[in-house]
Design a protein around this ligand. Structure first.
Ligand code: UDP
Ligand code: MG
Length: 316
């Protein structure tokens, strides 16, 4: 941060049918802003993004805005999903803010560590990840599936921060860099580590949802995980290719077996030709699919038009 003045902070909160938690969330976040008076500017705001809620979420945001100038809102025309709502919020926030923090409306992520995040940003970090130190308040099911997901992502070669969801601070230039990634299938947890700016982490204990219910049922979680893997990793295609190689090796093994049987004159007529062609042809088909997949993958990476680099410092 080069600015000598106190930076302006925007706390971006996506909301989908969150009427039950908004009042309380607002009170907590205003208290956080209040506690940071010394380090952030007076223009700092809470920015709610209404993601096409079917309940009175937007009416509440409008009312809160009219009561308090520190509360702002963006109303999306329909339900665009959590990740798109975050992008909408971030692109609006950098019109006035130097620092942005994204946090869920249910405040399951401890809002009091925002202050630590801002301090780390003032020390020169562009991205500060909120990392869950314990998940004891999540249900057993949510905890296990989530952790399996992080492990799977790592296995597939997708760079993510373990136990970090979408609770993070980003500087203006980090958000600007992020907005240059034009892809539609958004998986922010995979994109942000690609930005490459200096990062830091803060740990917190995850709380229980205050009210309302989770907007991420199992089906949504699975499709989100699949999106994450297929948007960042070609490992599924590689697997197909190597499966083809394995099939060919099996075919070679069977050939040796068949020859041995022939020598011992124990061969069963018709069996070898049938079995061999099945393994050999399947192997060839899988290898072919793997190669075609590799080309499609290249096209896929091209059409995303991701920026090739982000500049961190310049000495001209
Ligand atoms: N959310 C959203 N659009 C959606 C689904 C969720 O903006 O289509 C928001 C939701 O209001 C909340 C955040 O995304 O602020 C995370 O959702 P939730 O807390 O239900 O997920 P969980 O914590 O159970 O994973
Ligand atoms: Mg939640």
């Amino acid at each position: 941060m080069e600015t000598k003045e106190k930076p302006c902070l925007a706390i971006v909160v996506p909301c989908y049918n969150e009427e039950l938690v908004l009042e309380q969330t607002t009170a907590c976040l205003l208290a956080v802003l209040e506690s940071m008076q010394q380090i952030i500017s007076e223009d700092s705001r809470i920015l709610y993004v209404n993601d096409g809620s079917a309940d009175s979420t937007w009416d509440i945001i409008e009312r809160l805005h009219s009561q308090n100038g520190r509360i702002a809102g963006v109303n999306l025309s329909g339900n665009c999903g959590h990740q798109n709502a975050l992008m909408a919020g971030l692109s609006t926030a950098i019109r006035f803010a130097d620092l942005t923090v994204t946090i869920d409306a249910d405040l399951q992520d401890d809002e009091t560590v925002i202050k630590d995040m801002v301090n780390l940003a003032l020390e020169g970090n562009d991205i500060v990840y909120g990392v869950r130190s314990s998940r004891t308040t999540d249900t057993w099911f949510k905890r296990t599936t989530a952790q399996a997901f992080y492990r799977l992502m790592a296995r597939m070669g997708v760079k993510t921060v373990y136990n970090h969801a979408d609770y993070r601070l980003m500087s203006r230039r980090a958000v600007e860099a992020l907005l240059r990634y034009g892809e539609r299938n958004l998986f922010l947890r995979g994109l942000v580590p690609l930005l490459g700016y200096s990062t830091a982490q803060v740990e917190y204990a995850r709380k229980e949802r205050q009210a309302g219910e989770s907007k991420y049922p199992l089906s949504k979680m699975i499709s989100f995980a699949f999106d994450g893997i297929t948007s960042f990793s070609m490992s599924l295609v590689h697997m197909v290719f190597w499966l083809g190689i394995l099939f060919l090796l099996i075919a070679v093994g069977i050939t040796i077996w068949v020859v041995a049987c022939l020598i011992q004159q124990k061969a069963i007529t018709g069996w070898s030709s049938l079995i061999l062609s099945i393994w050999f042809c399947s192997g060839c088909i899988l290898i072919g699919l793997g190669i075609v997949g590799e080309y499609i993958g290249k096209i896929y990476m091209e059409v995303k038009r991701r920026p090739r680099y982000n500049i961190k410092d310049e000495r001209l």
